[in-house]
Design a protein around this ligand. Structure first.
Ligand code: HEC
Length: 203
């Protein structure tokens, strides 16, 4: 499908799902969706790009065991640093139903957003690139799905794909880890970007 028409389909899906899947959600107008998704996309790409760059460097430098330790020390820190570099008021989070770090556990609206992407994934071939929720009169959320690729498997795959020393490092830092057993093409989680309405006036 062409990118343009995919985005059109996605907008329709995202709008109708925003209204039906989250009880107290308020309406997202097409105009809201346009500006929130533009801000959200840029913020989420900055975070995803920053994390992938650092993760890849850590993997090359010292392999997956070293990279696990890098992730546990620096992923949240890097997220906060990138958040500070964005327009004031924008907030970033990574979340998942099967989370590794309890600090990344989903709240109720995030659970609804994850369920939305899981449903689409179960029934359609192509996943929408985003979902916009309105959380109050003055605030929106933009969600971007994070899919599992080959590279993720060394730390999030089935046990036979995770090296014993990597498993050991994960267990030491995350005794209640839920984030293994994934296969390529599955939804690993979401990046959430919180976008206050005043960002529109500031930009
Ligand atoms: C070197 C090991 C490693 C690799 C490779 C890796 N991760 Fe992670 N991942 C971690 C660790 C450790 C955490 C927990 C620390 C954190 O990021 O907050 C984590 C956390 C996450 C989280 C936050 C939710 C949670 O479970 O706490 C997401 C989302 C995530 N990873 C997605 C991915 C994706 C997608 C890939 C592949 C593109 C990937 N990871 C590759 C080690 C890894």
């Amino acid at each position: 499908m062409h990118r343009q028409s995919l985005l059109a389909v996605v907008s329709i899906l995202a709008c109708s799902t925003t209204l039906s899947c989250v009880n107290d959600a308020q309406e997202v107008t097409p105009e809201d969706e346009r500006w929130v998704s533009a801000v959200g996309r840029e913020s989420a790409s900055t975070l995803a790009g920053g994390l992938i760059q650092r993760l890849t460097a850590a993997l090359q430098e010292g392999g997956p065991e070293h990279a696990v330790n890098f992730c546990s020390r620096e992923a949240l820190e890097l997220t906060a640093t990138i958040e500070h570099s964005l327009t004031d008021g924008i907030e970033l989070k990574r979340t998942s139903m099967k989370y590794r770090n309890p600090a990344n556990a989903p709240d109720e609206l995030e659970v609804a957003a994850i369920a939305y992407f899981q449903d689409v994934l179960a029934t359609k071939h192509e996943l929408p690139p985003y979902l916009v929720q309105r959380t109050s009169q003055n605030e929106f959320r933009y969600y971007q799905p994070l899919m599992v690729n080959e590279m993720c498997l060394q730390c999030h795959g089935t046990t036979e794909l995770i090296a014993p020393e990597v498993q050991q490092a994960i267990e030491t830092s995350y005794p209640n880890d839920l984030a293994t057993g994934y296969a390529v093409g599955e939804l690993r989680g979401l990046i959430r970007v919180t976008v206050p309405s005043r960002v529109l006036e500031d930009t």
